[in-house]
Ligand binder design. Sequence first.
Ligand SMILES: NC(=O)c1ccc[n+]([C@@H]2O[C@H](COP(=O)([O-])OP(=O)(O)OC[C@H]3O[C@@H](n4cnc5c(N)ncnc54)[C@H](O)[C@@H]3O)[C@@H](O)[C@H]2O)c1
Length: 456
Amino acid sequence: MIMETMEPSVTTSTAFEILSSKLDNRTARIGIIGLGYVGLPLVLLLSEQKFRVTGFDIDQKKIKVLAEGGSYIVRIPETEIQAAKAGGFTATSDYSLIAEMDAVIICVPTPLNDHHEPDLSYISSTADSIAPHVRAGQLIVLESTTYPGTTNDLLIPILEKNPRGLKAARGERFGTDTFFVAFSPEREDPGNDTVARRDIPKVVGGLNPAATELCRKLYGSIFNRTVPVSTPAAAEMTKLLENIYRCVNIALVNELKLLCLRMGIDIWEVIGAASTKPFGFHAFYPGPGLGGHCIPIDPFYLSWKAKEYDFRTRFIELAGEINLSMPYHVVASTAAALNQQHKTLNGAKVLILGVAYKKDIDDLRESPALTIIELLQKEGAQVSFNDPYFDYVGRGRKYNLEMANTPLENLGHYDAVLIVTDHSNYDYRWIVEQSNLVVDTRNATKGVRSDKIVHC
Ligand SMILES: NC(=O)c1ccc[n+]([C@@H]2O[C@H](COP(=O)([O-])OP(=O)(O)OC[C@H]3O[C@@H](n4cnc5c(N)ncnc54)[C@H](O)[C@@H]3O)[C@@H](O)[C@H]2O)c1
């Protein structure tokens, strides 16, 4: 190894300073792996800052759309893709181009498998694809949400199997045979326009101080504030704490909602009143169940890892149990509401309003609507859906619905209209007027008075 014979302080500063100055003067070439909801916005932010960005994805359809200057994410206009292309952005599945990148950011999926265990196959196959092309002095950052230890125990060992024998830089002692590694979690909140992306602080944890510093510099070009932590594991855990905090608090209000329903108290009114407390209270809202790529999944990454330490994460398990039961509660409430009208769920015509996992977005992943539709169908209901963001709901990892969007008309034809996702462009007053029965899981009909509304 060259490293053993060279003066560490000289080589250290050289590798570090070269990348550092390239990041400063925007000549660093940046590779983004995984051009989905996280990776594609990152491409645009870095392109705006005049970096030449190359996107890597295994999905040929995405690469084709981007090559044609198109977009496959509703909130990303084609004009932004075209502006990035004018600045040198290209998308490819050719991993040999990794060798030309100065910094590489990995944004691939981290789902759960059928046994509710972490599926790290996307990270490991990405690492397998990068390893042959890793270059000395490169910065490799993992952004995918995962359990503490993934960067160190999974990513780095695969990257270190590169043909040049390069190692991840550790401690102070590194040189021309090393590359830099860090973890930096994504904090995007799709559909939330109240915080500018630039204003969301970016947590970074490098394997060594130089990696942290380079990572801060990279993200400092697109975020107003970076927050360094001591290790990749601390950064990985930070992301999980944030999501577990949400998951547990949502479970808490979901459970209290069930109690309030029995007690005849409006949980939404209570949360609104509690929210007026200027300290020590943060509002979370009940709903039909958890959705999205993060909150229903990430906590289980930690509970799975905790078992290795002979430790049970009881809050996560309890929150999971309560949140997972919510779609069943919605279906039971719909059946009870129909029963009040002397109808049965079996044979009832039910229109689902909103299938996205949260309002005003085009993301179906883990949406409780999918479970609710399947449960309703199992009970014999004839289910249709309307959602302005989806023409069709096909097949996913866990569902196979093959349903086309139904126009929002003839609402009186349905026995029940079930509001699962409270998209802003629905006119809820009109919906209630036109419907026989409205089951509202989101308090979307707030302010509308009618005996036809059932909150659940
Ligand atoms: N979506 C969010 O709001 C959000 C927020 C915070 C964190 N995250 C985390 O970020 C990560 C990515 O999430 P996402 O929402 O962007 O996922 P996504 O499914 O939208 O995108 C992932 C992309 O990676 C591509 N891909 C898969 N394997 C690949 C490989 N081997 N090489 C190249 N590309 C590959 C897929 O084709 C896809 O385009 C996940 O770990 C997720 O938990 C997501």
